[in-house]
Design a protein around this ligand. Structure first.
Ligand SMILES: CC(C)(COP(=O)(O)OP(=O)(O)OC[C@H]1O[C@@H](n2cnc3c(N)ncnc32)[C@H](O)[C@@H]1OP(=O)(O)O)[C@@H](O)C(=O)NCCC(=O)NCCSC(=O)c1cc(O)c2ccccc2c1O
Length: 297
C-alpha cells in the first residue's frame, strides 16, 4: 500500500502548528495519510484531508490500516501519535470528522471500485489490539466516527480548540460497537446516552471533566506534549506495557480481549526452557522431559 519513500521528498512535513521537538523521518507515501517515524521509537500517523475536516473515505481507512500494521511490525517503535493535519485553508482544525458523507452510498462508504464499505471497523480493531501505546492528539473536531477513533486510542491529549461529539442519529448512522459500549465504559452510561441521543458538541474542558481525554494543551504545544508523553512511556518495560494494554482490553472486549491477553502470555511462555523442551522433543521425535519446570505456587 505505501510506496517507497525514497522516491519522494524526504523533508519532514508540518502536521500541526508549533516548533518540532523531534526529528521525523517520512516513512512511505500515501494519498490521504502522512506517516513518519523517529529513531527514538515514536511514530506519527496523521489523516491528511484537512479540507474535509479529515473525514475518512475507504482509501483513507485502508491507508491507516496499512500504516498501523507497519508500525506494529517495526520492533523499534513503541508509541504512536495519531492526529489530523491542520489547519485547513479556511483555518479550521480537525482530528477527524468521521465518515466522508460525500462518498456514502446506500450500503456503506463507496471505495474507488464502487464497493460499499464500513472498513473503519477493521481499523478500530487494529488500533485496539496494537501492542504499543497510541496517543490521540486532538486539534479541532473529533466527531462521529472520528470521535470513536479517538476513543480507541490509549491516551488522548486535546488542544484548547478541541470539540467532541456524535452526529450518527442526525445523519442516519450509529456505531453500536466500541462507539457505544466502550464510550459508556469511559464516560459512564448516562453521559454516553446523552452524547448519542442529543448529538451535542463538547469542548475540551467538558471532555476532560467526563474522562474522555487526559489533558488539555495549547494548540501550538500539542505535538510537543505528545512527544513528551511518548518519551515517558518509552522509558518503561515494553513487555509490561503490552501486557497491561491487553489486560485493560480483556476487561471490556470479551473473548477477543482475552485472546489478546492470552497471546501475550503465550509469547512469554515460548521464551521459557519448558516451552522450548516441548518443541525440541517433538522435532527430535522423543518424549518431552518437563521435570526441570516444577509446579510453582
Ligand atoms: C465537523 C464539523 C462540525 C465541522 O464544522 P465546520 O463549520 O468547522 O466546517 P464545515 O462544516 O464547513 O466543513 C468544512 C468542509 O469539510 C466538509 N466535511 C466536514 N465533515 C465532513 C464529512 N464527515 N464528510 C464529508 N465532508 C465533510 C464540509 O462538507 C465542508 O466542505 P465544503 O466543500 O462544503 O466546504 C462539520 O463539518 C460536521 O458536522 N461534519 C459532519 C460530521 C459527521 O456527521 N460525520 C459522519 C458521522 S457517521 C460516521 O462517521 C460513521 C462512519 C463509519 O464508517 C461507521 C462505520 C460503522 C458504524 C458507524 C459508522 C459511522 O457512524
Amino acid at each position: 500500500m505505501a510506496m517507497d519513500s525514497n522516491r519522494f521528498d524526504r523533508r519532514p512535513r508540518q502536521v500541526l502548528p508549533g516548533k518540532p521537538t523531534i526529528e521525523w523521518e517520512p516513512w512511505g507515501e500515501y494519498q490521504d495519510v502522512l506517516l513518519d517515524r523517529s529513531s527514538e521509537g515514536i511514530a506519527r500517523v496523521a489523516i491528511d484531508r484537512p479540507t474535509k475536516r479529515n473525514a475518512f473515505r475507504p482509501r483513507t481507512v485502508m491507508e491507516l490500516c496499512d500504516a498501523f500494521t507497519r508500525i506494529r511490525d517495526d520492533q523499534r517503535l513503541g508509541v504512536v501519535l495519531f492526529t489530523g493535519v491542520g489547519p485547513a485553508d479556511d483555518g479550521g482544525y480537525a482530528f477527524c470528522a468521521g465518515g466522508d458523507q460525500s462518498v456514502r452510498g446506500d450500503g456503506g462508504y463507496l471505495d474507488e471500485e464502487g464497493l460499499p464499505r464500513l472498513n473503519v471497523l477493521d481499523l478500530q480493531r487494529i488500533i485496539r489490539s496494537l501492542p504499543k501505546v497510541v496517543i490521540a492528539l486532538v486539534a479541532g473536531y473529533a466527531i462521529g466516527g472520528g470521535q470513536v477513533l479517538h476513543l480507541l486510542c490509549d491516551l488522548s491529549l486535546a488542544a484548547e480548540n478541541a470539540v467532541f461529539g456524535q452526529t450518527g442519529p442526525k445523519v442516519g448512522s450509529f456505531d453500536g460497537g466500541f462507539g457505544a459500549g466502550y464510550l459508556a465504559r469511559v464516560v459512564g452510561q448516562r453521559k454516553a446516552r446523552e452524547i448519542w441521543f442529543l448529538c451535542r458538541q463538547y469542548g475540551a474542558e467538558e471532555a476532560l471533566k467526563m474522562g474522555l481525554i487526559n489533558e488539555i494543551v495549547p494548540l501550538d504545544g500539542l505535538e510537543a506534549e505528545g512527544v513528551r508523553w511518548a518519551r515517558e512511556v518509552l522509558q518503561h518495560s515494553p513487555t509490561a506495557i503490552r501486557c497491561l494494554k491487553a489486560a485493560f482490553n480483556a476487561e471490556t472486549d470479551g473473548l477477543a480481549g482475552l485472546q489478546e491477553l492470552a497471546g501475550q502470555a503465550t509469547h512469554l511462555f515460548y521464551r521459557t526452557d519448558e516451552a522450548q523442551e516441548g518443541r525440541n522433543a517433538f522435532l527430535q521425535k522423543r518424549r518431552p522431559d518437563f521435570s526441570g519446570s516444577g509446579w510453582l505456587p
